[in-house]
Design a protein around this ligand. Structure first.
Ligand code: 3PG
Length: 218
């Protein structure tokens, strides 16, 4: 795995963010840092995405900031220009994947089926977003896929919450989980960054517990 994916594995959770006003980006970055998760995937679902990436990247160089919901090469270009360190796509788009590979920008395309996994493997990618994780069968599907695709690892996203996070993290093929539950649009808009700090700290604790070595009775 490349350095960015190694960091994502260490974090265990990638906060997926949709932000309407880039002026709130520095406070968002601060909240994630205070909660213990120096990482954000800013989605191109809002017009503010590129500017939010730029502000977080310049205010907090210690954070790992990427772009999500990247659907076109143009968006990938905007994200990279703004300082995105990784690109996440909801589905497999060969043009976006090729663009990222040529520029050595880590990319995790979304896959849901064996056919899509093959397409990614043929591009030399073996860490993929599994999306939409829960709707696509969740842990059971991941375990079934793990048979023929032993060398592939996943970042399940879609329907992950504090209730099921630890089950995913305990699977060896799971690098980390993505999710929007830590940062909701209304928390940002209403200035409730304390909630983001709290939810982030809770997620960090779940990651720590899920990965703690199991104590064996003597
Ligand atoms: C994404 O963009 O990756 C997903 O929409 C996040 O899914 P969630 O909102 O269920 O966490």
């Amino acid at each position: 795995m490349n350095e960015v994916l190694n960091q994502i594995e260490q974090f265990g959770v990638v906060p997926v963010v949709a932000i309407d006003d880039a002026d709130h980006a520095p406070d968002l970055g601060r909240a994630l840092l205070d909660g213990g998760l120096p990482c954000a995937e800013i989605t191109f679902r809002t017009a503010a995405a590129a500017e939010a990436i730029r502000r977080i990247a310049s205010n907090y160089p210690e954070m790992l900031v990427g772009a999500g919901t990247v659907l076109t090469v143009e968006q990938a270009q905007k994200a990279a220009d703004a300082g995105a360190q990784f690109i996440v796509t909801p589905g497999f788009d060969a043009a976006v994947v090729d663009w990222c590979i040529e520029r050595e920008i880590p990319v995790t395309p979304g896959v849901m089926t064996p056919t899509e996994i093959n397409m990614a493997l043929n591009k030399g990618l073996n860490v993929l977003k599994f999306f939409p994780a829960e709707a696509a069968g969740g842990i059971q599907t991941l375990k079934a896929i793990g048979g023929p695709y032993g060398g592939v690892r996943f970042i399940p996203t879609g329907g992950i919450s504090p209730a099921n996070l630890s089950y995913y993290l305990r699977l060896p093929m799971v690098v980390a989980c993505g999710g929007s539950w830590l940062v909701k649009k209304q928390m940002i808009a209403s200035g409730h960054f304390d909630q983001i700090v709290e939810l982030t700290a809770q997620a960090v604790e779940i990651v720590r517990e899920a990965r703690a070595p199991v104590a064996h009775a003597l």
